[in-house]
Design a protein around this ligand. Sequence first.
Ligand SMILES: [Zn+2]
Length: 254
Amino acid sequence: MQTEWIRDAQRSAKALLHRFGVAAAAHIRVESFAAKLGVSIVEVPLDGASAQLVRAGSRTTIMVSARITDPAARRFSIAHELGHFMLGHPSQPPSALCTPYAHRTAERDYEAEANAFAAELLMPAALLQRTCEVSPVDLAVPRAIARDYDVSILASAIRFVELASERCAAVFSSRGTIKWVAPSPTFHYEIARGKKLDRGSLAWDFFATGALAEEPQRVAADAWVTSSREWDLVEHSVCSRELGTVLTMLWIPT
Ligand SMILES: [Zn+2]
């Protein structure tokens, strides 16, 4: 059922792109979209949340945390809140925060719906479908999308695997542990969140030694997935030294 709601969110973003005549990355101006929809944007000191949608009578305001200085993060936050607005989500209690990529299990996952809306609005399938049908797969295309569409590399990596036809998965790690996994529709192996990185992975090297070979390389598949036979997959890992995190793109060549 949840996937139907996610599709509805994507359809709603597509309708908005059509309404505003978006035909290129440069046309995706979220602040101007908000203004056309009668939604004002204000910067406020917000604790914990990056942004929040506030309705008072007939007025709707997106409050964006003044702490967000990264333009890509700001764009995503505004697009996410526009999602809550366009999808008619109920107002959140002040304690509920919008956290990107939060995982929920309820039938409706308002955060996932708003993220799906934001991803389609900022990285339209109509403009990117072909770009994501590439082989070999590594982080080169997600990097290009991040640059051209002014989004974070994490957002573009997730969007890439959603649209990719190859078997691939984006994996994000922090402190030697897998934090989230985004598989392509054709990637059928399970990679558990919360699992420690395997010593056989390139990503493990970064947390163990501080060094990382940031080139795509073949590694034994069992460094990442459970399999009864021996085979290789391609791992491309890049690190953020500042945040102490690693983003990995896995690819199973055919
Ligand atoms: Zn939210």
